[in-house]
Design a protein around this ligand. Structure first.
Ligand SMILES: *Cc1c(COP(=O)(O)O)cnc(C)c1O
Length: 385
């Protein structure tokens, strides 16, 4: 299916709503029935019925069709946050006594899910360096039911060979799930590589304007129905119709915004690497990146999120640099119109800082939609210590 068709037309029955170009926000909690028979049928099969907006809502259904098609998946569910799109399917797939193999250093709340939440239900996790397939294979136990991936992650950008890992998991009947927030379906389609479930924080590139928190999950119809019927309907992480409408609007410009972010990132990185104060830059499409070959093979493009270190990585120098920035904002999240910075040291106590720890030194930057020159000027003045 053409991306232009998916983003502009798919799922939109315009003749049903006055031929409006922009779809309606169906702001309702419930839907009526003319006969008991029709009502009974809907109550008996909520996965296929428009009955109550905790389950289905027409505005959300437009969004779901577009998101499923972008991933080349049979179906999609949308959630009130990205972490709900990760937590709810995992709760649906696993039961007491099961085991997970996860990549090390996935998204922070995903780590907390595996370390603090799942042990309450007797589910254990082994974290491995996913850059080597053997590490994943070696960690598999007889009770392993899920291999959890995030390629690349959003701080140090380690990749996994998605196709190879999916093949190993299929042989052993293990479900695979990947967080694809960094790439979006435009730059990576894990389902085409054999991954079973793909989660994304739609708060990031899909929303694109830092004004909505949402999540996406795509997969086979059977898996999505299983997740919907129990855990989704019981936990109730539904997205509001208004937020769904904002995501449909975000999707219209996704290719343009991604490309702009990608191009400006190349320019900014090229400049940063020439600065004597800058030591290392980490970005999957940088020629010097450790897994550059796999990145080029598996990804069609690269996001505007990268990290770098300063040659003088004292706590004071990192803080001064970040505090000096006038236009690049200090905040969590990414994927919006605005460029952002987050130093690793903001997440730890100043007294815990280890200058020799590579992860502690990292400064993560997200490139938004501003002009490259505007961002470079800000970085230039902030690097004058
Ligand atoms: C932000 C993020 C999440 C969580 O999404 P929310 O929408 O904040 O709940 C999950 N994974 C990655 C990689 C993220 O960047």
């Amino acid at each position: 299916m053409d991306i232009s068709y998916i983003l502009n037309e798919l799922g939109e029955e315009r003749e049903d709503y006055f031929n409006a170009v922009s779809p309606p926000i169906v702001q309702t909690s419930n839907f009526t029935f003319k006969t008991v028979d029709a009502f009974r049928e809907a109550l008996g099969d909520e996965f296929d019925a428009t009955l109550y907006s905790r389950g289905h809502n027409p505005t959300l259904n437009i969004l779901r069709q577009k998101l499923a098609a972008l991933d080349d998946a049979e179906d999609a569910l949308v959630f009130s946050s990205g972490i709900a799109a990760i937590t709810v399917p995992i709760l649906a797939l696993l039961k007491q006594g099961d085991h997970v193999v996860s990549v090390e250093n996935p998204y922070s709340w995903t780590i907390k899910l595996f370390n603090n939440f799942l042990p309450k239900f007797g589910i254990t996790t082994t974290f491995v360096d996913g850059t080597k397939i053997q590490n994943i294979e070696r960690a598999i136990q007889p009770n392993t039911k899920l291999i959890y991936l995030e390629s690349p992650n959003t701080f140090s950008y380690e990749l996994q060979d998605l196709k190879a890992i999916a093949a190993i998991a299929k042989q052993r009947g293990i479900t695979t799930m990947a967080d694809n927030s960094y790439c979006t379906p435009l730059y990576q389609q894990p389902i085409k590589l054999g991954i079973d479930l793909v989660a994304q924080s739609a708060t990031k590139y899909i929303g694109g304007h830092s004004d909505v928190v949402a999540g996406v999950l795509t997969g086979s119809k059977a898996l999505i129905e299983q997740i919907f019927t129990h855990e989704f309907m019981n936990i109730g992480p539904s997205l509001s119709p208004h937020s769904a409408w904002l995501l449909i609007r975000g999707l219209r410009t996704l290719p343009l915004r991604l490309q702009r972010s990608f191009e400006t990132t190349k320019t900014v990185i090229q400049w940063l690497k020439q600065q004597p104060q800058v030591d290392q830059v980490l970005w999957p499409f940088d020629a010097g990146f450790k897994q550059a070959g796999l990145a080029q093979q598996q990804m069609q493009g690269c996001g505007g999120l990268f990290s770098f270190t300063l040659k003088d990585s004292s706590l004071q120098k990192i803080e001064t640099f970040c505090n000096n920035l006038k236009h690049i904002l200090m905040a969590v999240s990414w994927g919006g119109h605005e460029s952002l910075i987050i130093p690793s040291i903001a997440g730890i106590k100043a007294t815990d800082y280890e200058q020799t720890n590579p992860r502690h030194q990292l400064i993560r930057m997200y490139i938004g939609l501003e002009d490259a020159d505007y961002l470079i000027k800000d970085l230039m003045q902030a690097l004058k210590f």
